[in-house]
Design a protein around this ligand. Sequence first.
Ligand SMILES: *[C@@H]1O[C@H](CO)[C@@H](O)[C@H](O)[C@H]1NC(C)=O
Length: 199
Amino acid sequence: MEKNYNLTEFLCTFLALVSSISLVQPTSAATTPSAYTNFVKTRCSATTYPAVCIRTLYPYASYVQTNPLKLCKTALSVAIQGAGNTSAKVSKLASRRGYYSRMEAAALKDCMYDVKDAISELKQALGAMTRLGGADRQFQWANAKTWGSAAITDLESCLDGFAGRKISPALRANIKSFVVPPQRLISNALYLINHLYQQ
Ligand SMILES: *[C@@H]1O[C@H](CO)[C@@H](O)[C@H](O)[C@H]1NC(C)=O
């Protein structure tokens, strides 16, 4: 999306900061105390896609323990991972020269930017979540939600680009299968963030 270029450029200054936040590594569930896996299960059960939430966050249960903030940050990290996977898949399709019609190639290119924007926004959301300890907690919390919603919107923009009649149904289905999983991960992360300060 053309209008996002300036925004993305503006964000780059921030990203240097945020990129220092490393993703948590998963651990074996076998040795994880059940209090920790139960915590993930309980928190996930109310999200929009509970099965996705449990499957993707269980491996981090021993890191999260029973800390709701850690769970939110981990959910965002997993969403960043998922969107990163989508980015790689879309880029791979976009690099097939001469294979797609002009409209399809243009939609793939736009989608690449949409997904990259979504990743930047998710990193901003994660950055805001790490700043919740300060006096501006409410502001950072609102920021995290705004960035997360923006990421979902950007992924939706990618899908919209493949809605036209001139796009092959096979390509449309392919893109959908790449984009829907991270949308669900973000949606779950947003739910967890929204309910961070509620029991
Ligand atoms: C991303 O891709 C890697 C490699 O295929 C996979 O192990 C990982 O589970 C994927 N992560 C998400 C969140 O989709």
